[in-house]
Write a protein that binds this ligand. Structure first.
Ligand code: BJW
Ligand code: ZN
Length: 252
């Protein structure tokens, strides 16, 4: 046992050629980005299923757009936290390393991670639902209410994946390969209930990975994980990087 980590986990990490980190909203919580489920605030009155769908956008475009405009503003102001930074550092410690994220906030790239597969899109991009023309956040936030396309007049939406929509195929295929290649798979800060993303830890484990979950709360994944590290990502991930470095270069 080195600090809070088992010899078994550190042994697996010493032997690992490939490590994959799968992240959810919890990883950005300590940057000040609210999670989807189980939080306070005005948006907690709505389930993500009631806001993150094309049906919801068609039924109540103002409400859905207001939610995204609110989140765009929060995300533009926050910074990556020590958990994001630790994952960027971890990338340099292994021959193969990938971050698969369900987050749309771009914080992994901003922290310096190079290989990032974004399964649910990116809130910094937008496109017209009529003609597909792309818009920057500066362009859409300059308009009042739901932005309209300058070419065709239809509504502009965030480039994120809503319920009932397909995940971007290339990002999905790369994520499946990263899950299958992993010797150690870290599932961090996700409730693990939204599919198909939530199948990646299972895919990885079936391919022989050592499955580690990092979360302050147990989730449906906890029972199949080889280890459950209970705590927040901004606390545990920097300690894990330190433990890997110390195990590789024993002190004294
Ligand atoms: C901390 C922490 C700290 C807190 N440190 N941790 C029935 C069965 C199976 C599937 C389905 C079904 N019915 C429908 C479906 C399909 C559906 C689905 O999975 N629904 C489930 C809810 C049941 N999936 C889809 O529709 C997907 N598409 C699809 O299936 O396509 C195929 C198809 C197409 C057409 C027809 C039929 C099939 C698309 C899913 C898209 C999800 N989109 C969203 C919104 C993205 C844009 C945006 O951000 O606005 O993605 S929803 C939302 O949930 C977002 C997230 O990425 C996703 C996952 O949430 P996440 O990240 O896990 O966050 P939370 O809040 O749930 O959890 C936070 C965790 O952090 C908690 O565990 C905390 O404890 C922890 N935490 N602080 C570490 N400091
Ligand atoms: Zn258009």
């Amino acid at each position: 046992m080195r600090g809070r980590f088992s010899d078994r986990l550190l042994g697996k990490l010493m032997e690992a050629d490939w490590v994959t980190a799968f992240t959810g909203a919890g990883v950005s919580a300590e940057s000040g980005v609210p999670t989807f489920r189980g939080t306070g605030g005005i948006w907690a009155r709505f389930k993500p299923e009631e806001l993150a769908s094309m049906d919801a956008f068609m039924r109540n475009p103002d409400l859905v757009w207001e939610w995204y405009a609110h989140r765009k503003r929060i995300i533009a102001e926050v910074q990556p936290n020590p958990g994001h930074v630790a994952l960027a550092q971890m990338e340099l410690l292994f021959a193969g390393f990938a971050v698969i994220t369900q987050n749309i906030d771009n914080l992994h790239r901003r922290a310096g991670s190079a290989t990032v597969h974004e399964l649910h899109g990116n809130i910094e991009r937008n496109y017209c639902i009529g003609c597909g023309r792309r818009y920057s956040n500066a362009e859409v936030l300059a308009q009042k209410g739901v932005p309209r396309c300058t070419e065709c007049g239809k509504a502009v939406r965030p480039d994120v994946v809503w319920f009932g929509e397909q995940l971007p195929l290339e990002e999905w295929e790369r994520s499946v390969r990263a899950a299958q290649s992993a010797d150690v798979f870290l599932s961090i800060g996700t409730s693990g209930i939204v599919y198909p993303a939530a199948s990646l830890p299972q895919i990885s484990r079936r391919s022989g990975a050592y499955l580690v979950e990092i979360n302050p709360e147990p989730t449906p994944l906890t029972d199949i994980a080889d280890e459950f590290l209970q705590g927040t990502s901004a606390t545990i991930l920097p300690l894990l990087v330190k433990a890997i470095e110390e195990t590789r270069t024993p002190q004294g």
